[in-house]
Design a protein around this ligand. Structure first.
Ligand code: DGL
Length: 279
């Protein structure tokens, strides 16, 4: 990347593209470097230790390639790895560099902060991976920002594989999508807002909307994270200056670059030429 300092966007696979698309729409002037760990997807079923290890490898790779700021565009990584990286790994890096200008941000806190803008009655449903649901991160953060809200989280184990294997539009996907939406809405019949708490899930949006009754709002995280990043950059001019502004977008994947490029190009509506790396 030469002397470019792109903003890094990381996910276990394709899901982070739903975040990158909105970030790029909101902040088109910056350079971006996307990394999808498609070879080791899904993360949602993996232990805390493994998700942390994989995520740290990805973050270090993005730092090595010039990023100063990395967005974990993955709820599972945000739930299971972000805190350790922020509290232990970043301070060590800052010490080594003699400055504290490398940062890692997640997607859960901005999403929880925004909940109040969407829900009228405070009954929120979260659809997410097993890992995110088991971490109870949404409930724990909601208790801080909206203590009167009732948050019910449903794990949807098959949804990420459906997206990664290109089955999001298939008839078979309907079974798994309807099953978890029905189960969530049975567990709290007053839910007025469903947050898609996994960045892969907007890639199933057509199916999701088919099974969510009218009157219930479905919220994806992309625009929320984009607004939050824009705000973060405004509040941290010393970091903002460290991000290069060439308007470029580059893509790395740990799996086949051809398959990644085709899927990403279809979703983003632009040509994509991904490179393969190993972590
Ligand atoms: N896209 C990721 C998330 O937001 C997880 C997908 C996975 O299970 O790998 O949680």
């Amino acid at each position: 990347m030469g002397s470019a300092h792109p903003i890094g966007v990381f996910d276990s696979g394709y899901g982070g593209l739903t975040i990158l698309r909105e970030i790029h729409r909101r902040l088109p002037d910056y350079d971006y470097l996307y990394l999808g760990d498609n070879a080791r997807n899904p993360y949602g079923v993996r232990s805390m230790e493994t998700v942390y290890r994989f995520t740290l490898q990805a973050v270090n790779t993005l730092f090595e390639r010039g990023c100063n700021l990395v967005v974990l565009a993955c709820n599972t990584a945000s739930a299971k790895a972000l805190r350790s990286i922020q509290q232990n790994d970043l301070p060590a890096i800052w010490q080594g560099e003699g400055r504290d200008l490398k940062r890692v941000l997640g997607v859960i806190i901005p999403s929880v902060e925004a909940m109040g803008e969407f829900s009228v009655n405070g009954h929120i449903g979260i659809l997410a991976t097993q890992g995110t649901v088991a971490s109870r991160s949404y409930q724990l953060e909601a208790a801080k920002y909206h203590p009167d809200f009732k948050v019910t989280a449903e794990a949807c184990p098959m949804w990420v594989p459906l997206v990664e294997y290109g089955e999001a539009g298939s008839d078979g996907a309907d079974f798994f999508v309807s099953r978890h939406i029905n189960s969530l809405l049975e567990r709290d019949t007053d839910i007025d807002t469903i947050l898609l708490g996994c960045t892969h899930y907007p890639l199933l949006l057509d199916k999701i909307l088919k099974y969510v009754p009218r009157g219930i709002r479905v919220v994806a995280q992309g625009a929320i994270v984009a607004d939050s990043l824009a705000d973060y950059l405004t509040r941290h001019p010393e970091l903002e200056r460290e991000c290069s502004k060439g308007g470029s977008m580059e893509f790395l994947t740990t799996e086949s670059p051809e398959i990644f490029s085709e899927a990403a190009a279809t979703f983003l509506g632009m040509p994509v030429e991904a490179s393969q790396i190993s972590l």
